[in-house]
Write a protein that binds this ligand. Structure first.
Ligand SMILES: Cc1cc2nc3c(=O)[nH]c(=O)nc-3n(C[C@H](O)[C@H](O)[C@H](O)COP(=O)(O)O)c2cc1C
Length: 193
C-alpha cells in the first residue's frame, strides 16, 4: 500500500443547510483509520468557480482565471479522490459538475471513489458521476460505491449522527478505501515511490 498518497475527500454540495460536510468528515475519519493516506477534506464552498469565467477548453490547460489556476494546482496535488455527493433530482449537484468541468488533465487517470447519499442512497447520481469520471475524465473509479440511505427525518431536519445513522455502511466505506489503496499501489510501484 502506498504510504505517502494524498487523497482529497471532495464535499460535493454547497447549499446552506447541507449535510455533506458532516458526511464527508465521517468518510474521511474512516479513511484515515483504514489507510496510510494523507486524507484532506476539500469543500467546494471554499472554491467558488463561476460558470462563465473560462473562455477556453479545459483539456488544453490554458486557464485564464486566477481561481481556475488555483483550483488546477490544488487538484493536481492529489493522487486520488473520494467524491461525496448527494442526489439532486436523480443527478449530482451542478456545483460538482462545474468543479469537474473547470479542469481536465488534473483529474485524468487518477483513481476515485464515489460515495453517494439520498433517500434511497443516491445510486442514480452515483451512476451519472461514474459515467462522467470514467468515460469523460478517464479516471479509474472503484467498483465499490457506498450509497448511504438518509431517513425522511434526516432529510426534513437536516440533522444526522453519522456514526449511528450510517453504521451499516461502514464496511462498504472501508472496502472502497481498500480498493483505492490497491488502485494507487500499482501506480506508486510503477513510479518507484
Ligand atoms: C434540489 C434537491 C433535489 C433532491 N432530489 C433528490 C432525489 O432525487 N433523490 C433523493 O433521494 N433525494 C433527493 N433530495 C434529498 C437530498 O438527498 C437530501 O436533502 C440531502 O441531504 C441533500 O444533500 P445536502 O444536504 O448535502 O445538500 C434532494 C434534495 C435537494 C436539495
Amino acid at each position: 500500500m502506498p504510504t505517502c498518497a494524498t487523497v482529497f475527500v471532495i464535499v460535493g454540495s454547497v447549499r446552506a443547510q447541507r449535510l455533506c460536510p458532516q458526511i464527508a468528515s465521517w468518510v474521511a475519519k474512516i479513511g484515515r483509520s483504514r489507510s496510510t493516506f494523507a486524507v484532506e477534506i476539500v469543500d467546494l464552498v471554499d472554491w467558488p468557480l463561476p460558470m462563465d469565467d473560462e473562455p477556453g477548453i479545459p483539456a488544453l490547460g490554458a486557464y485564464s482565471g486566477e481561481r481556475t489556476q488555483a483550483w488546477s494546482a490544488k487538484i493536481a496535488s492529489a493522487d486520488g479522490f473520494v467524491f461525496v455527493t448527494p442526489q439532486y433530482n436523480w443527478g449530482y449537484p451542478a456545483v460538482l459538475k462545474n468543479a469537474l468541468d473547470h479542469l481536465y488533465r488534473e483529474w485524468r487517470g487518477k483513481p476515485a471513489v464515489i460515495v453517494s447519499y439520498g433517500g434511497h442512497g443516491g445510486g442514480k447520481c452515483a451512476a451519472q458521476l461514474r459515467q462522467v469520471a470514467e468515460g469523460g475524465l478517464k479516471m479509474r473509479v472503484a467498483t465499490t460505491m457506498p450509497a448511504l440511505v438518509l431517513s425522511d427525518d434526516a432529510m426534513r431536519s437536516c440533522l444526522i449522527e453519522p456514526d449511528q445513522d450510517f453504521k451499516a455502511h461502514v464496511s462498504s466505506i472501508e472496502r472502497a478505501f481498500e480498493e483505492l489503496a490497491s488502485l494507487l499501489s500499482g501506480e506508486f510501484a510503477a513510479n518507484g515511490a
